[in-house]
Each structure stands twice: as structure tokens, then as C-alpha cells.
Design a protein around this ligand. Sequence first.
Ligand code: MN
Length: 193
Amino acid sequence: MKYELPNLNYAQDALAPHISATTLEFHHGKHHLAYVTNLNKLIAGSYLEGSPLETIIKESGGPIFNNAAQVWNHTFYFESLSPKGGGEPGGKLAEAICQEFGSFASFKEKFSTAAVSIFGSGWAWLVKNEDNKLGIVQTSNAENPIRSNLTPLLTCDVWEHAYYLDYQNRRADYVDHFFALVDWAKVEQRFLA
Ligand code: MN
């Protein structure tokens, strides 16, 4: 069984002007694809070949881990976004955010600070623990919270390839525009799962 690049759930130009078609062409069509291609090459003949990505992420290290986690992280990131996204969450997720962070505005500020302040390449995550308690975590490079027994609910990719074509060095502007695309219905689905 080969790992495959999932299609985007929207057209390549659908996230503009927040994320351009050119960025998606490279980010999904080249970077995400390269992680899939590398994973297939590296895992051939390994006892983990054919395992779910989550299993590989938990049980591997080195290049196999890096590529498997990057496949998972990018799929999760692209599925977190929607041309109809933005605004604020509702329902149980909104309640949990208010309980943990005081308000949506306060959560947004904390998440943005986490995303902007990651040193080098990495990811900012909204996660829940086994008690359904929310938290914000930063990870470097390919690292993924499921290795710490946390359930990812939302992620923002702050590798430079995610924003440099559109925002150059202005990571904070990118993170601000990221919020205009967040599919909160999807995030709530993950929270309730
Ligand atoms: Mn990326």
C-alpha cells in the first residue's frame, strides 16, 4: 500500500486573498507531495509499512518519523481551512474556549503569540487532553502532539514555505489571515469526537 497525497477540499485559488493559489500550488502540490513521496521510499520494507500514519508517528523516529508526521500535519492543516471559514466557533467548543481562555479574543491572542514566537520552523496547535481540557502547544519541525497523548484540534503551519510567497517575513500577518480561514465547524467536530 502506498501513502497518497489527499486532494484539497477546495480549489487552489479558493483561499485567496488570505493564502494565494501560488502558495497552495507549492505548499500542497510540491511540499506536501514531497513528504508523501519520501515516506513511501523510506518506509518500503520497514515493519511499519502500511501502518496508519498515527502509528508511524508514535513508533518511529528519524527520517521516517519526519516525513510521516509532515504528511499528517499538512493533511490536518489543509483540512482545518475553508473558503467559508473564519469568524468564531459556537456550541460546546466555544464554551470550552471561554472556560479555558476567558474569551475567544483571549484565545486568539494566545494562539497567535504561540504561532508567531516559534523559533524557526514548526506548528502551533490547539489541543485537548484526556479530560477534554484545552491547551495551546508549540512544536518544532515535524513534531506532533499525539506523541504526548494530546488530541490536535487545530494547527497553524509556521514553516516559511507556508507564508513566505504571500507575506515574506511578516509571519504575524499570515497568522492573522489564517484566522479568516479556520473551519470552526471542523474544529468542533474534532473536539466532540
Ligand atoms: Mn508546510
